[in-house]
Design a protein around this ligand. Structure first.
Ligand SMILES: [Zn+2]
Ligand SMILES: [Zn+2]
Length: 150
């Protein structure tokens, strides 16, 4: 494995909950197979986004700009986004089927995913409450007696 595309120091191999990760000890950027990116982010969520709620703000880290070379093959990576998170520009190499994630970017992506999960949980709860309210109103109508005439 090559060197960090930012710092040029040798990358280190690690295992994060069964996900193979190659990371830079200096800038904490990570080189992750694209199919493992979501698992990688979720494995970091308890550490990087422990208190996130639906109302949390993203506090996106500034975009450090693209890297010049893929740490795997030396080719020029293409840029990709992530869940419309601001400032996240993933450097993706289609030849290596892997992505370079900058350290600050990783924090932003983990929070973006955690906030989205919290919001969808809130939405599901809101829908459940709405249904309950509708059922209660229907129940009242069903129970209401028509006044007798005559
Ligand atoms: Zn680095
Ligand atoms: Zn490559």
């Amino acid at each position: 494995m090559g060197r960090c595309p930012r710092c040029q120091v040798p990358l280190l191999s690690a295992d994060l909950d069964g996900i193979p990760v190659t990371h830079c000890p200096r800038c904490v950027g990570a080189w992750v197979e694209t199919r493992h990116v979501i698992g990688f982010l979720d494995a970091l969520a308890p550490k990087l986004a422990p208190d996130v709620t639906a109302n949390s703000s993203l506090n996106a880290a500034p975009d450090p700009g693209p890297v010049a070379r893929c740490p795997g093959c030396g080719g020029a990576p293409t840029l990709g986004g992530f869940m419309n998170a601001p400032h996240v520009r993933i450097d993706h190499c289609s030849k290596c089927a892997a992505s370079w994630l900058d350290g600050p970017e990783i924090g932003t992506m983990v929070r973006q995913r955690a906030i989205a999960a919290a919001r969808s949980a809130d939405t599901a709860q809101w829908h459940a409450q709405e249904r309950e309210g509708v059922n209660r109103r229907l129940g009242l109508q069903i129970g209401r007696r028509e006044p007798r005439l005559g």
